[in-house]
Ligand binder design. Structure first.
Ligand SMILES: Cc1cc2nc3c(=O)[nH]c(=O)nc-3n(C[C@H](O)[C@H](O)[C@H](O)COP(=O)(O)OP(=O)(O)OC[C@H]3O[C@@H](n4cnc5c(N)ncnc54)[C@H](O)[C@@H]3O)c2cc1C
Length: 329
């Protein structure tokens, strides 16, 4: 259970007390405020607070006295311009504060994003809950044979059952010992001092859950999402990033649409890549061997453009367009 009934009641009571404000309000984000979106088996992500909206980005870009809005179309155009030209500081004027419950090994990846403010649940002060991330069968995958940093097909049969059993048993055993070490009663029933929590926690596995408040501005949040909502990110952090994307989409729809278009859906080409495209546009059949790219680069070059054989594009209607040929010179 990501949330206990008490925690849910607290959230419901907060949502039952609307307050009047003169500040900018995003109706889309108001709908998310405080609610926990379940992620993985015991985790969640929820919005605690936020500042700004699409108009605040435009207001900052124009350094205006009012809301900065000219018209919705005008604002969307400005936001797309800012995103396209990496004019990033107006996006930093919006902030969000999230409460996240996540396994420790996911937290280790997440904390690498230094441009955020974090306050984590203290396992020196408090006792950690007996909650461990145990992957669903389809997420219990084998090591990838083509990517050292990835996973392949899901394990099956006896191997899957054995791995799941070990994950559960090891976590349970470690937690039993954690509890026994911090308790004031020894296994034989006699009194004991009890090990300090700050020490006893060191035998807990990395799939135990932790929690933190995480505050970040929109520019750096987009950077986080670009890396962690990407297909190359580990599944267990990607599902959190995906959940946050849904919130950001409702919070700042125009900024999110520009982010999706230019960052998530866009492709960055190297100078070598641009040169190859130009040669192809001019009608030359370019192969990996003649491209000047390594096999990996060539694969990614084709992957980014959504084709596996770039040579297939030569002669396609796109490359017969006069402007394309003209630009290749
Ligand atoms: C698919 C994937 C695989 C990864 N694999 C590994 C791995 O094997 N090993 C590993 O250690 N990490 C790994 N990482 C983490 C990665 O190297 C980054 O640490 C992480 O993505 C955070 O990115 P960032 O530093 O750009 O973000 P942030 O810390 O949010 O920083 C944002 C930007 O601010 C600037 N900045 C922030 N702090 C500083 C600073 N102190 N000095 C200079 N500039 C700064 C930089 O321009 C930076 O890009 C991986 C990440 C991904 C997405």
């Amino acid at each position: 259970m990501p949330l206990s009934p008490d925690q849910q009641a607290e959230i419901d009571s907060l949502r039952a007390q609307p307050r009047q404000t003169l500040r900018a309000v995003s109706e889309g984000m108001e709908a998310h405020l405080y609610k926990a979106v379940p992620v993985l088996d015991h985790g969640f992500v929820r919005v605690i607070d936020y500042m700004g909206d699409d108009a605040a980005i435009c207001q900052a870009a124009r350094v205006s006295y009012g809301r900065g809005t000219k018209s919705v179309q005008n604002d969307e155009g400005l936001i797309r311009y800012l995103m396209r030209h990496w004019h990033s500081t107006p996006f930093e004027m919006c902030e969000v504060k999230l409460h996240v419950k996540l396994p420790v090994f996911v937290a280790r990846q997440w904390i690498r994003h230094r441009t955020a403010n974090v306050n984590e649940y203290s396992a020196r002060y408090s006792i950690l809950d007996r909650e461990f991330y145990i992957p669903q069968p389809d997420a219990l995958a084998a090591q990838s044979v083509i990517n050292n940093q990835g996973r392949g097909e899901a394990l099956s049969g006896e191997e899957a059952a054995r791995v799941l059993e070990w994950l559960k048993a090891d976590a349970g055993r470690a937690y039993d010992h954690y509890e026994a070490m911090i308790g004031d009663t020894a296994p034989d029933g006699s009194a004991q001092a009890g090990l300090a929590r700050e020490l006893a926690r060191m035998n807990l596995p990395a799939n135990i859950y932790t929690q933190w408040y995480w505050k970040v501005d929109l520019h750096n949040l987009f950077h986080f999402l670009r890396l962690r909502a990407d297909a190359h990110a580990q599944y267990e952090i990607r599902v959190y990033a995906d959940a946050i994307c849904e919130m950001v989409k409702d919070w700042v729809p125009a900024a999110y649409a520009a982010f999706e278009d230019y960052r998530m859906g866009g492709v960055t080409l190297s100078a070598t890549g641009v040169a190859c495209l130009r040669r192809m546009l001019a009608g030359e059949a370019v192969t990996q061997e003649t491209s000047g790219m390594s096999k990996g680069e060539w694969r990614e070059f084709g992957g980014g453009l959504g084709v596996s054989r770039l040579g297939d594009l030569v002669g396609s209607p796109l490359f017969r367009m006069p402007f394309a040929r003209g630009r290749s010179r």
